[in-house]
Design a protein. Structure first.
Length: 202
């Protein structure tokens, strides 16, 4: 059975059993040169803004994007499907009334659901189940400008060493074929910047 592809990281619960926390607001830099989509993982940089996380990226992960806001041509602040690369606003300083924002789910115990890319190390059900509690990096892909959804997945290569995400479990559902591409896993941020995953500030 072919699995339906759902890109991006979608919070479903927390490890402690509580509700997923409300997302926090962060700014996007005017002219930032990368598309940003719902469900995309981002990091916080020293300029005081967020940027996209890429595969194997050395920067620590802040969380996944919940929603995006920009000022439209009529001067109205509106939620948008995605941030188009190289979009600008003026004035460009942090805190500008014209600033663009992303709301990000931030938390060390958030469990996300994500698809897993095809890989020789997870191409059978036995290998998939053996990958539980291993670590995986991400694959970013090209998000959908029509739906505004990220195409990010786990890379499917489980390792014992450090990687961006931790595989917590498989999604136990009849429509999740563990022998086919794009099987779904529950995962959490492994290389994260939120305390206590990291004690360092920005």
């Amino acid at each position: 059975m072919a699995n339906v592809f759902h890109g991006g990281f979608r919070p479903v619960r927390t490890k402690s059993g509580g509700e997923v926390p409300q997302p926090q607001r962060f700014e996007i830099a005017s002219g930032y040169n990368t598309d940003l989509f719902h469900g995309q993982l981002v990091t916080f940089v020293t300029a005081g803004t967020v940027e996209a996380v890429t595969a194997g990226y050395s920067a620590l992960i802040l969380g996944a994007i919940a929603k995006i806001e920009m000022i439209n041509s009529l001067g109205e602040r509106r939620q948008v499907k995605y941030w188009p690369a190289n979009s600008t606003f003026s004035p460009t300083a942090l805190g500008s009334a014209q600033a663009a924002y992303v709301w990000v789910w931030v938390g060390t115990d958030i469990i996300y659901e994500a698809c897993v890319a095809s890989h020789a190390n997870t191409n059978t059900e036995a290998k998939v189940r053996a990958a539980i509690q291993s670590n995986m990096d991400i694959v970013v892909g090209s998000g959908s400008t029509y739906y505004g959804q990220a195409a990010s997945t786990l890379d499917g290569n489980p390792i014992a060493g450090s990687a961006q995400m931790r595989v917590e479990d498989v999604v136990r559902a009849p429509d999740n074929d563990l022998t086919a591409a794009n099987w779904r896993a529950y995962c959490s941020i492994n290389e994260g910047m939120a305390s206590p995953l990291s004690t360092a500030g920005i």
